[in-house]
Ligand binder design. Structure first.
Ligand code: TYM
Length: 335
């Protein structure tokens, strides 16, 4: 992998970061900042599709900024910024929208899901969400985009819009961005309620937040959905049981995981013991991060400095790309 490959990724400020965000995205960010030019941001424009109230929006952005830093993002190594600090992004979004078609946008799975789950708020921002995301990525001419599995289709759209622009204006401006995870496969961390994915939309009890206190972690994990003990040796675990194994993979040792996988295969697994062990391992895993988050959140001056430095660095890169895009389209100054 060439060290010149540019990395871009972001997270919506929809509250506190959870273990899915950490394992699918932030963990990769931390390693990648040592090897590549990296742009990591807080996608506050994207969160507007659900109409947050202004005070919550500001607090959520501040929370994610502090959490990024507590997890180990270093504003000297990477460019760490807030999406709405860059006017170049909505401008590129506007330009890309002229070549984004209603039919292809309506076929995007995340849009179809929103149509199902929030029929009273199917706004144009939701429909064009993948265009804004493409603008985020290609504004820095990214090659690699560390994301979880749920973002795969959005990455495909980013490639489509970038390629289409290149073709329309006969220019080699945008490289093809690829979804990335160390280890190859994109990650999907399951939730605690037995479903497929850890996500806030399935309720607070489904997610493990990075700032959950030990007691909250113990309580949530003790309520995690499990299953009956298998009656046949070596049966395939049901989804809720597989989820518990997947969570053990994150926080526990290989010995612990193997112990419970074997116990399941031998039909003598005790889910209560598994959950107690998982809770303690999760407490150990998350405590150092939680403590750092509260220290950083208290330091408004530092957060302000980080956001300002990031905005300056990101604007420089975004400006250079936008100038070329405008020129390719045919915009010329009359004065
Ligand atoms: P968002 O804010 O929903 O999630 C942020 C990141 O966390 C990953 N993630 C997960 N990974 C594994 N298992 C899970 N259960 C899990 N839940 C979330 C997501 O895959 C993502 O990497 N549209 C994006 C934000 C965005 C963006 C971008 C990302 C806007 N512009 C440009 C990359 C590049 C989103 O809503 O992610």
């Amino acid at each position: 992998m060439s060290s010149k490959q540019i990395v871009v990724s972001g997270i919506r400020p929809t509250g506190m970061l959870h273990l899915g965000n950490y394992m699918g995205a932030v963990k990769n960010f931390i390693s990648m900042q040592n090897e590549h030019p990296c742009f990591f941001f807080i996608a506050d424009y994207h969160s507007l599709t659900t109409h947050p109230n202004p005070k919550d929006l500001h607090n959520s952005v501040k929370q994610v900024l502090a959490e990024y830093l507590a997890c180990g993002l270093d504003p000297e190594k990477c460019t760490l910024y807030i999406q709405s600090d860059l006017p170049q992004i909505p401008e590129l979004y506007l330009l890309l929208n002229m070549h984004a078609y209603k039919g292809e946008l309506e076929r995007v799975s995340s849009f179809k899901e929103k149509v199902r789950t929030q029929p009273d708020n199917i706004n144009a921002g939701l429909l064009t969400y993948p265009v804004l995301m493409a603008a985020d990525i290609i504004i820095h001419r990214a090659h690699l985009v560390p994301v979880g599995k749920d973002q795969e289709q959005h990455l495909e759209m980013a490639r489509t819009f970038g390629n289409r622009f290149n073709r329309m204006y006969d220019i080699e401006l945008f490289p093809e961005p690829q979804a990335f995870n160390y280890g190859g496969e994109l990650v999907k961390i399951p939730g605690l309620q037995g479903g497929g994915k850890m996500s806030k939309s399935d309720g607070e009890n489904n997610v493990i937040n990075l700032i959950d206190s030990p007691n909250v972690l113990r309580k949530k994990i003790s309520k995690a959905v499990s299953d009956v003990t298998p009656t046949e040796a070596n049966s395939v675990p049901s989804q809720p049981v597989q989820n518990l194994f997947d969570l053990l993979k994150v926080a526990s040792t290989k010995e612990t995981l193997d112990f419970y996988v074997d116990a399941y295969a031998n039909c003598n697994i005790r889910y209560g013991d598994l959950k107690k062990q998982l809770a303690e391992d999760m407490v150990t895993f998350l405590t150092p991060i939680r403590e750092k988050i509260s220290d950083i959140l208290a330091n408004e001056e530092y957060l302000g400095k980080v956001a300002k430095l990031g905005a300056e660095k990101a604007k420089e890169s975004a400006d250079a790309t936008l100038k070329e895009a405008r020129s390719a389209i045919g915009f010329r100054k009359f004065y």
